[in-house]
Design a protein around this ligand. Structure first.
Ligand SMILES: C[S@@+](CC[C@H](N)C(=O)[O-])C[C@H]1O[C@@H](n2cnc3c(N)ncnc32)[C@H](O)[C@@H]1O
Length: 283
């Protein structure tokens, strides 16, 4: 088996621009490697690489967002090489009694049998549940479901990735859950993680754009990067029922005022930071 990698070769002065663009695809990792040509900033060439999975449409959509002047190549990488080495993985305790665990670490038996264990296999989608944006979103979601007196019958997860947030919502008893993502790999990964966590049939998951989602939800989760949150702000407000909770993530602690401005009149009521990232609940 192999994974397809998008490799962009640019002068090193453009490396940050390319890296930013790739993070906006919601990917799990971006690598930057010097090609050994040139010396000093502005003279060397770098290869910036990531994967959005092996689906042709997902790759085409991602490549279409790149500057046509950049050199782009699709490479096949052996899965054995692409996988994260298990010795670098660990369970993520994101709240008391709540942990996300990469599937490759199974069997996992917590000391306390009441622990909420969310098992995640990333497949080709974003996230093992350990990223700062995911763990703080999970913690805020758990708090909302356990401690807020508002009803939480309907939840929408926009940009579900591996489905970590939607799966947790199912584990904590939300009756109606919808998960959407632009990447087909995310739909596949979320379905697999529903099986791993014994919540099959509890989450409706597909690639419907948020603009086409009808109805309103008590809780809307959106762990996507800032530019995407801004571009979909009107739809995020439309699908949130009056008095509901929107949880945004994928934004930097030091630079997110423009996202909050786009989401007004919703206002922040709680937030959680980790490693320079912040997740915020808005009402
Ligand atoms: C940072 S990941 C979050 C994944 C997961 N919700 C989590 O918390 O681990 C962002 C996800 O948003 C998806 N995404 C990016 N732009 C999107 C859009 N316009 N509509 C829906 N999903 C989008 C990406 O494919 C990616 O899976």
């Amino acid at each position: 088996m192999s994974t397809r990698t998008i490799v962009v070769t640019v002068s090193d002065e453009f490396a940050d621009v390319v890296t930013d663009r790739m993070w906006q695809w919601g990917v799990q990792a971006v690598s930057e490697t010097g090609t050994g040509t040139g010396t000093g900033t502005g003279t060397g060439m770098v290869e910036v690489a990531t994967s959005v999975g092996s689906d042709d449409d997902a790759i085409d959509r991602a490549v279409a967002t790149l500057d046509p002047q950049w050199s782009v190549e699709i490479r096949e990488v052996d899965d054995a090489v692409a996988q994260v080495a298990p010795e670098y993985l660990s369970p993520t305790w994101y709240a008391p009694g709540m942990v996300s665990v990469p599937e490759s670490l199974l069997p996992f038996t917590p000391d306390d049998p009441d622990t909420v264990v969310t098992v995640i296999d990333p497949g080709s989608a974003f996230g093992l549940g350990d990223h700062p944006t995911t763990r703080t979103s999970m913690a805020l979601l758990a708090h909302l479901l356990r401690h807020e007196p508002t009803s939480a019958d309907r939840l929408l997860d926009v940009g579900c990735g591996t489905g970590a947030l939607a799966v947790l919502a199912a584990q904590l008893g939300v009756p109606t859950i919808r998960a959407i993502d632009i990447a087909d790999a995310a739909v596949t990964a979320t379905r697999h993680n529903m099986e791993l966590n014994d919540v099959v049939g509890r989450i409706e998951v597909d690639t419907t754009p948020v603009a086409d989602v009808d109805g309103t939800y008590d809780i809307v989760m959106a762990n996507i990067l800032a530019p995407v949150l801004v571009s979909m702000a009107a739809d995020l407000k439309r699908v949130l029922r009056p008095g509901g909770s929107l949880v945004i993530s994928g934004i930097l602690t030091d630079r997110h005022d423009h996202v909050l401005a786009a989401l007004r009149p919703l206002a922040p009521v709680r937030s959680l930071e980790h490693d320079g990232w912040i997740s915020i609940v808005l009402h």
